[in-house]
Design a protein around this ligand. Structure first.
Ligand code: KG4
Ligand code: ZN
Length: 338
């Protein structure tokens, strides 16, 4: 089954053709980052306009790269939630138009589910059940993936997502948006033991996260130093932040894997590209006899190949949308739109 997948939930316009959930025939991503950089973050209105301009070209390129026409495609998948509403609407309406014109089934895909599915493309042996950390600019979730379309969230952030904390700390250090990757590079040059940063526990759930305190601690550290006329070494600040964030993520994920009895541990989302997180998890999983699955770097951030992968499993479980499908800005990963 060949699925044409479309993704426009944030600042990447992407299209891909994926066969049977795991074979990527083409994947095209048009990033808007350069445009948003000058504002220090994503401007929703600009994102929507950019998607409108790019979506036809990106989709044609994906079809051309796969050497296929729309007639060869069996179904069209689209990210419908969660994300920036105006951005999502571009993809959803474009996909609906294609389905209507070509009489194809429309498969709605949840963005977090698709990040998890990026791992099915990279690891052909990976099958649910497993436990997954989804760490991105909008989410920090520990999820039991019981089956391809059956999820239970056992931990989530109470405030900032870890990617958001990375981006805000990066901004204070003077790095461009999105700062996660710059923090990661700086961290590799710094001394992680220089600054002691907070590792808050959250009342009520041992697997929930809170990253706003960590972000604020970095802001205060820099502010206090500035007031005293001190100049802190950016690499040391980034390294201390990275050590703290990665320890928190790894400790909770590994404890959850052990308590819930999962041998296979998976990570997904933009922050899963982080070198410190990948290294820490590799060590901790080995120590605890757990199998770790990491997405390749090109599948960590937003792309449409992951949407095409998850769409295949959604379709097999009977999920097809009507033309009344709407975009949804915020939607739990375990919620089904049908
Ligand atoms: O999954 P994603 O591309 O978009 C969302 O769905 O949010 O994640 C983007 C987030 C941003 O916060 C970005 O700074 C972060 O992922 N990120 C990183 C790294 N690469 C991307 N954070 C830390 N280290 C990295 N290497
Ligand atoms: Zn994402």
């Amino acid at each position: 089954m060949k699925i044409l997948a479309i993704e426009s939930s944030c600042d990447e316009t992407a299209a891909a053709v994926v066969q049977n959930g795991t074979v990527v025939l083409s994947s095209v991503v048009a990033s808007q980052i350069e445009e948003h950089k000058k504002y220090g973050g994503v401007v929703p209105e600009i994102a929507s306009r950019r998607h409108c301009e790019d979506i036809v070209g990106v989709t044609n390129e994906a079809l051309n790269k796969a050497a296929l026409s729309l007639d060869d495609i069996d179904a069209i998948a689209v990210t419908y939630a969660p994300g920036l509403i105006g951005a999502l609407l571009v993809g959803v309406n474009f996909a609906k138009g294609l389905c209507l014109a070509k009489n194809k089934p429309l498969i709605p895909v949840h963005h977090i589910r698709s990040h998890i599915a990026a791992n099915y493309i990279a690891h052909k042996d990976l099958k649910p059940p497993f436990i997954c950390l989804v760490a991105s600019g909008g989410h920090s979730h520990i999820i039991e993936v019981k089956d391809y379309t059956d999820f239970t969230v056992i931990g989530r952030t109470r405030d900032d997502a870890v990617g958001e904390a990375y981006d805000k700390a990066a901004r204070c250090l003077g790095f461009p948006y999105p700062g996660g990757v710059y923090m990661d590079k700086a961290a590799q040059l710094g001394d992680e033991s220089t600054f002691k940063l907070p590792r808050p526990k959250v009342d009520g759930s041992k697997y929930d996260f809170s990253f706003s305190g960590l972000k604020t601690a970095v802001i205060n550290l820099l502010h206090n130093a500035e007031q005293k006329g001190d100049v802190l070494n950016k690499n040391d600040v980034a390294a201390s932040f990275q050590k703290t964030a990665c320890d928190i993520l790894s400790d909770r994920l590994i404890s959850a894997a052990i308590e819930y009895g999962y041998r296979d541990v998976v990570i997904a989302g933009g922050v899963s590209a982080n070198s410190g997180l990948r290294k820490k998890l590799a060590q901790d999983c080995e120590k605890n006899g757990l199998n770790l699955y990491l997405p390749p770097l090109e599948l960590c951030g937003d792309n449409a190949a992951m949407v095409g992968s998850q769409a295949y499993f959604e379709y097999k479980s009977g999920k097809v949308a009507g033309f009344d499908l709407n975009a949804v800005a915020s939607l739990p990963v375990d919620f089904d739109c049908n």
